[in-house]
Design a protein around this ligand. Structure first.
Ligand SMILES: Nc1ncnc2c1ncn2[C@@H]1O[C@H](COP(=O)(O)OP(=O)(O)OP(=O)(O)O)[C@@H](O)[C@H]1O
Ligand SMILES: [Mg+2]
Length: 277
């Protein structure tokens, strides 16, 4: 059974760049005719140049945006036009780790409370104290020591913040995690550690991994969707798409990205062993 089924999805958003004087603002078509399925336990990479619509698609899948056309099914239910109130219980089962961890984590809360919040909100912990104790376990799972629980987001490095974002996302044991550019901007060894973590998670959950780094998608994902200007230009197994790209755009994308030679068998190795040089 498909966990997620996307059919002919279209999204338009009000144009932020033009201030309309009267009437509704002009709308920009952001996504067009996007279709794919995701099975339980599967990982799908979404790649494409900047502005191709990857983040917008991720947000639409979480129903942070309401699709303008097409349909979106999660666990066989048509959630395309569900109200926010109706979506709320679903928020336990789909989580997103955002592109910008500094702005997506409330700066006024300590790490332990950032992670404790969803646990309390969804009744997974009986008290604040119990939720904070769980938060410490989750921090350990993402490779952060207990002392980080008392810190604020701005007191962490980018890699540490991404780990907190991941700990928060997995706290509720979701069926699907959407991770948006979670390793960009990090140094190579931190990247590798976070990727190992995602790889581990993937064993239990489904993962949508948004990235413009094709080499990372190749080692982490089963299948890949290539986007350009809001449309899917190509999709298939990673092996098929990367070894024999059918579309010129995919070939250009492959050529434009410097491919650090990740060892394809790096799973199970330490980051130092898995990385080149
Ligand atoms: N809230 C919004 N309102 C209007 N236009 C938007 C909005 N969000 C994104 N866009 C536009 O939609 C297009 C796709 O943006 P999106 O952020 O999804 O791209 P992306 O593939 O994630 O890019 P990047 O790799 O730089 O993160 C862009 O042209 C962007 O300007
Ligand atoms: Mg983006």
């Amino acid at each position: 059974m498909s966990l997620l089924s996307v059919r002919d999805l279209g999204l338009s958003l009000p144009d932020r760049s033009v201030r309309s004087h009267r009437g509704a603002p002009r709308r920009l078509q952001i996504l067009r005719g996007v279709s794919f399925d995701l099975d339980l336990g599967e990982s799908l990479g979404i790649v494409g140049e900047s502005g191709s619509g990857k983040t917008s698609l991720g947000r639409a899948l979480l129903r942070l945006y309401e699709p303008t056309s097409g349909s979106l099914h999660f666990e066989a239910e048509d959630i395309t036009h569900w109200s926010q109130a109706r979506l709320r219980p679903l928020r336990e089962r789909i989580q997103m780790v955002f592109q910008d961890s500094l702005s997506s984590l409330n700066p006024r809360h300590r790490v332990e409370d950032l992670i404790a919040q969803p646990l309390l909100a969804f009744g997974r912990a009986s008290s604040r104290q119990a939720a904070r104790a769980q938060a410490v376990h989750l921090l350990e799972r993402v490779g952060l020591e207990a002392r980080f629980a008392r810190r604020y987001p701005h007191e962490l490095s980018g890699g540490q913040r991404q780990r907190v974002g991941i700990a928060r996302a997995i706290a509720l044991k979701p069926r699907l995690v959407v991770a948006d550019e979670v390793v960009s901007g990090l140094d190579v060894s931190t990247q590798a550690q976070i990727l190992l973590l995602l790889r581990e998670l993937k064993a239990q959950d489904s993962l949508i991994f948004i990235s413009h780094d094709l080499s990372v998608v190749r080692v982490l994902c089963d299948r890949v969707l290539v986007m350009r200007a809001g449309e899917v230009v190509e999709s298939g197994s990673c092996q098929q798409v990367f070894d024999r790209p059918a579309h010129l755009y995919t070939r250009e994308l492959l050529e434009s990205v410097p491919l650090p030679d990740y060892d394809p068998d790096w799973v199970g190795k330490t980051p130092a062993e898995a990385l080149p040089g």
